[in-house]
Design a protein around this ligand. Structure first.
Ligand code: HEM
Length: 197
């Protein structure tokens, strides 16, 4: 058994506040869409816009932190051990095989995580922010010289909402696949991860 310090105070704060904001955005966003009724349309809309601004500020801080600390390098995608990871999560995990990737402070993301978070940061977040802000400033499009129709923007934003929801479900499942059921969650609360080796 080994304990390693993986997540700094800032990373833990960023992770949990981002999770809370994304959950609020999904709940309020799908209420705006008409999927369910929790707060009523007006409140859901205000909540969505407030959380969107909150997430915008948080992401700006996180980008600054990643570049000043050099931690952005942890997200560079790699094909090394990717096959092993896929065969582990589609078979080995159910037979109790050992995890093919050993986390260290300098390499804390396995290849699948690197690909997933890279796509999240480079595709999904920008898509959601751009379509969200276009949505928000729809009344100013003429002044801003934006020549678009609302339908594709709305469609992209809704599809992005579904993608975030799918990410959240898969992410929540994967948190349970550590050394113990809650070892990954505990690590993101305390900073310390317990590994099997
Ligand atoms: C994780 C991030 C986000 C998720 C999951 C999300 C999800 C959603 C969903 C599902 C809708 C309903 C769309 C529809 O009616 O079909 C929506 C609406 C909306 N979103 Fe987001 N959103 C996110 C981020 C943002 C951001 C960053 C902004 C920027 C301000 C934003 C602004 C808006 C606005 C203004 C609407 C309402 C449009 C209206 O008045 O009908 N969203 N969002």
């Amino acid at each position: 058994m080994q304990r390693i310090y993986l997540y700094s105070r800032f990373e833990r704060f960023w992770h949990w506040s981002q999770a809370a904001l994304i959950i609020l955005l999904i709940l309020s966003g799908f209420e705006i869409h008409g999927t369910w009724n929790i707060w009523g349309f007006e409140k859901a809309h205000s909540l969505h816009v407030i959380s969107a601004w909150g997430l915008t500020g948080l992401v700006a801080f996180a980008i600054f932190w990643h570049f000043t600390t050099g931690e952005w390098r942890q997200y560079i995608p790699t094909f090394e051990k990717l096959k092993e990871m896929i065969s582990y999560y589609t078979g080995g995990i159910f037979k109790g095989e050992p995890h093919p990737f050993e986390k260290t402070k300098d390499k804390k993301l396995n290849p699948l995580q690197r690909w997933a978070y890279f796509k999240l940061k480079v595709i999904l977040f920008p898509l959601q922010f751009i379509s969200g802000f276009l949505f928000l400033y729809y009344n100013d499009w003429k002044t801003l010289g934006i020549d678009l129709t609302l339908e594709p923007v709305a469609l992209l934003h809704t599809l992005g909402g579904f993608a975030f929801l799918a990410f959240l479900v898969i992410h929540a499942y994967l948190t349970t696949t550590g050394h113990t059921l809650f070892s990954h969650i505990k690590a993101m609360i305390t900073g310390w991860e317990t590994t099997g080796s």
